[in-house]
Design a protein around this ligand. Structure first.
Ligand SMILES: Nc1nc2c(ncn2[C@@H]2O[C@H](COP(=O)(O)OP(=O)(O)OP(=O)(O)O)[C@@H](O)[C@H]2O)c(=O)[nH]1
Ligand SMILES: [Mg+2]
Length: 342
């Protein structure tokens, strides 16, 4: 899972990055961070494994275009985020004097969205030109399906709408390889002064977008409190229920449609990300292609059932440990053991 922080210079990306990445931040502004998963602790207490493996999420902190507040993000940044799964777009809602204070960050949101759309239009138009040349050279070189898909994409982008809103278009196989920027899910992070956190009304979630309010500098300062109890107490006094990492990861999981399933054993207790709605067979493939190929069945214990039984033995006795076939749709929190034969 790869996420990139984007935003104009001074929006608070590096403050947020520091709050998310802490000591795992590297000099290059790239960090691999463990996805918080409290369920692993309960399982580790029971199994005492040699290894506990969390899912990891990448955060990339990019420099904002110098002095480009309200201008463009710049080709370098846009090019760099192309391979990323999800964008964390940071909006400066703390420095401006504008009333209402949401006016300036909203302008930044619109400017970034316009950047994504214009960059995608350039890609589409370039490709269409290429197709037109091929068409002139020899009819058979021209891919009619790709051309019509691109024309639809162009029409959508010309209407100044991001591609992520058009699910039918995104499903077109011919458009899959382009890694369009405006197709990427975006978590819009409204970075506001701590005094504004309470009274902020954010825009509603839309297709592929969610909004989150943070006070990036405050979150970074919170992160620097080593003593966890002290940190928690300070957070409670500020009315912050969950760490910024929890809130950001929650947003990313929701945007990408991810759930977590768990595997257990003496060697390793581990969390795995999986797209919601996928089957036991596909979950097996996330672990190893051999397990998928030799899939026989999955032994599944739902999280609530595990909590009620506290052990696999009790779960078996109560008949809540289920044997599922390859089409079983894996649920969030399922503890799965795959039976396979290779
Ligand atoms: N008051 C206040 N200041 C903040 C907040 N977030 C960031 N700042 C300050 O704004 C300045 C810029 O923050 P950075 O996190 O470095 O901004 P950036 O987006 O990484 O900037 P570039 O890397 O230059 O694009 C710093 O002086 C921060 O301390 C905030 O929530 N409140
Ligand atoms: Mg920075």
């Amino acid at each position: 899972m790869k996420t990139a922080l984007v935003g104009f210079a001074g929006a608070g990306k590096s403050e947020l990055f520091a709050a998310l990445a802490g000591s795992s931040a590297s000099q290059t502004g790239r960090a691999m961070v463990k996805v918080p998963e409290p369920r692993l602790k309960s399982l580790a207490d029971l199994f005492q494994p040699s290894r506990i493996t969390f899912t990891e999420i990448e955060f990339l902190d990019l420099p904002g275009a110098a002095g480009a507040k309200g201008g463009g993000l710049g080709d370098r940044v846009l090019g760099e985020v192309r391979p990323y799964d999800c964008l964390l777009a940071v909006l400066d809602g703390f420095s401006g004097a504008a009333e209402p204070f949401t006016a300036e960050p909203l302008k930044q949101l619109q400017a970034m969205e316009a950047d994504f759309i214009i960059a995608d239009l350039a890609v589409v138009e370039k490709r269409l030109e290429r197709i037109a040349q091929d068409k002139k050279k020899a009819k058979h070189l021209h891919d009619a399906a790709e051309e019509s898909a691109l024309l639809l994409a162009k029409e959508h982008l010309d209407g100044e709408r991001p591609l992520r809103e058009n699910l039918a278009l995104l499903a077109q196989p011919k458009l899959k390889g382009f890694r369009f920027l405006s197709a990427k899910p975006v978590l819009w992070v409204w970075n506001v002064g701590e005094d504004k956190l309470g009274g902020l009304t954010l825009p509603e979630a839309g297709e592929g977008v969610l909004h989150l309010a943070v006070s990036a500098r405050l979150e970074r300062e919170l992160f620097e409190i080593q003593d966890l109890e002290e940190r928690q107490a300070f957070m409670s006094s500020l009315g912050i229920a969950h760490s910024v990492l929890n809130r950001v990861v929650g947003g990313v999981y929701a945007l990408l449609g991810l759930i977590t399933f768990l595997t257990v054993g003496e060697k390793e207790v581990r969390a795995w990300p999986l797209r919601r709605g996928l089957s036991a067979l596909e979950a097996a493939g996330v672990i190893h292609s051999d397990i998928q190929r030799g899939f026989i069945r999955a032994e599944v214990l739902g999280w609530e059932d595990f909590l009620a039984c506290k052990s696999f033995k009790a779960a078996k006795e109560r008949g809540v440990l289920r044997l599922e076939g390859k089409d079983y749709v894996v649920k969030d929190g399922d503890i799965v053991e795959f039976r396979f034969n290779v």
